[in-house]
Design a protein around this ligand. Structure first.
Ligand code: PLP
Ligand code: LYS
Length: 445
């Protein structure tokens, strides 16, 4: 018999913008299901901690970006999270890849991802990064310092020139935290427009027959919850393009506006849709080009978090509940080794108990990890039932970006597996890191 509690309903938090994938609904026995699979069942089957990725949500977000900017290239920033399945999904959705290491590049290549749809970034590209990029024939290499120009040119096999862009610093502060704000003067990325470094680099590249300068790139930062900084940045970059045309007689055909588009980390937080970002960026580009009498360059955007964050849910099991100093702590079997974001940026998350019903009143509980640091806090003062006990499963939505990709080997707990859900089925994408993996690397005595 179907009772009210077994009819799946959208989660109360599922107001736009949501922190959950669109497929998240309540399930039997106090559970939540994602992609048609109950989360507690996934915790049981794959163990905890485990990261669940809703394939349909990833694909839908990628498709939303393509619809938002149909005349632009959408390039997924692989640093947010990459595995072979992600490479395939991006390929199938018609999205390119932004990589920043030979490792990310090799992974994409291992799936036959078209190299001409790959952009290589990095403020310190290693010889291996550059060699791999040239060998595989990546579409664009983004120059981030003057000294890499001659180094790169010397290795281009020819006869064709390597297409490059210059990452310029538009001098705009934006981003959810100072550690992920990259568009202002005085940090390690890019070449300053105002300070003249960008123009010096352009002149140098134009003098290198093995390099073809196709455009300019900016990346303002990450978790930028408004489209306005992009509009200002685009205008500054277009103004600089006009200066290049006037001084060097070269009209650059491409402009890459970078990534950094915000998602809601907590229910109701502001996060413009891809369509809203796209409209504003396009509008700024059209206006600036009219103002400076330039033809419209081909636009690229590089969303990372915006494609994958809300598709991911982290599952942990409670190991201990402790009341101390007037606070309640729930300690789980993961922590800063799988999610360093709260410790690094003060990132906040919402947490929900799944897998059993509870009629107990809610109380403020701080969810902490198992690592040897007082700062190993996953979520400060979140509402959880008073009867929360060891063995319960906690779900943390909006966990798809920069968690697994930044996971560490701290305390040799082993990095968690990643499981895809789609159409009521689950499959393992990345297995759990085991003690054998650690021991295998430990080769000296
Ligand atoms: C060059 C570049 N492009 C794109 C991104 C993607 O950023 P986000 O995941 O915030 O969209 C980053 C990371 O911030 C980046 O450094
Ligand atoms: N790792 C950061 C974002 C940095 C993006 C990379 N350029 C975060 O978790 O928010």
């Amino acid at each position: 018999m179907t009772t009210l509690s077994t009819i799946p309903v959208p989660l109360p938090e599922l107001t736009a913008p949501s922190v959950w994938p669109a497929s998240a609904v309540t399930a039997r026995g106090g559970d939540v299901s994602v992609g048609g699979v109950p989360l507690a069942e996934l915790a049981e089957r794959y163990g905890t901690p485990v990261y669940v990725l809703d394939e349909a949500e990833v694909r839908a977000r990628a498709a939303a970006w393509r619809r938002a900017l149909p005349d632009a290239d959408v390039v997924y920033a692989a640093k947010a999270f990459l595995c072979r399945a992600m490479v395939d999904w991006m390929e199938q959705e018609g999205v390119g890849l932004d990589v920043c290491s030979a490792g990310e590049l090799e992974l994409a290549a291992s799936r036959g991802f078209p190299a001409d749809r790959i952009v290589l970034h990095g403020n310190a590209k290693s010889p291996r990064d550059l060699r791999t990029a040239l060998r595989l024939g990546v579409g664009r290499i983004v120059i981030d310092s003057e000294c890499e120009i001659a180094r790169l040119a010397a290795h281009v096999p020819g006869p064709e020139a390597q297409q490059v862009m210059v990452r310029v610093l538009p001098g705009i502060a934006a981003g959810g935290h100072h550690k992920i704000s990259t568009g202002a003067e005085g940090q390690k990325f890019g070449l300053s427009i105002a300070g003249g470094d960008a123009e010096d680099a352009v002149a140098r590249i134009l003098g290198q027959p093995r390099l073809e300068l196709v455009g300019l790139h900016m990346h303002l930062g990450s978790q930028i919850a408004s489209a306005e900084p992009y509009a200002r940045g685009v205008r500054r970059v277009v103004a600089f393009m006009a200066r290049i045309r006037d001084r060097y007689g070269v009209t650059l055909p491409e402009l890459d506006a970078g990534g950094g588009f915000a998602v809601a980390q907590l229910p109701g937080e502001p996060a413009p849709s891809p369509a809203a970002y796209g409209r504003r960026i396009n509008d700024a580009l059209v206006r600036a080009c009219a103002e400076f009498d330039l033809p419209l360059p081909r636009l690229t955007v590089e969303p990372g978090r915006s494609i994958v964050a809300t598709a991911g849910v982290a599952l942990y099991r409670v190991l201990a509940v402790k009341r101390t100093g007037g606070r309640v702590f729930a300690a789980v079997d993961g922590g800063m080794s799988d999610n360093p974001r709260p410790a690094l940026y003060g990132a906040r998350y919402t947490v929900r108990m799944v897998g059993r019903p509870s009629a107990a009143p809610m109380r403020a509980t701080t969810v902490v990890g198992r690592h040897c640091e007082a700062g190993d806090v996953l979520a400060e003062s979140v509402e959880l039932p008073e009867d929360l006990r060891p063995g319960d499963v906690l779900a943390v939505p909006a966990s798809g970006a920069y968690q697994v990709s930044m996971a560490s080997g701290y305390n040799l707990t082993g990095r968690p597996p990643v499981v895809a859900v789609a159409g009521g089925r689950s499959r393992l994408l990345v297995r759990r890191e085991t003690f054998e993996d650690h021991r295998g690397r430990d080769v000296g005595l």
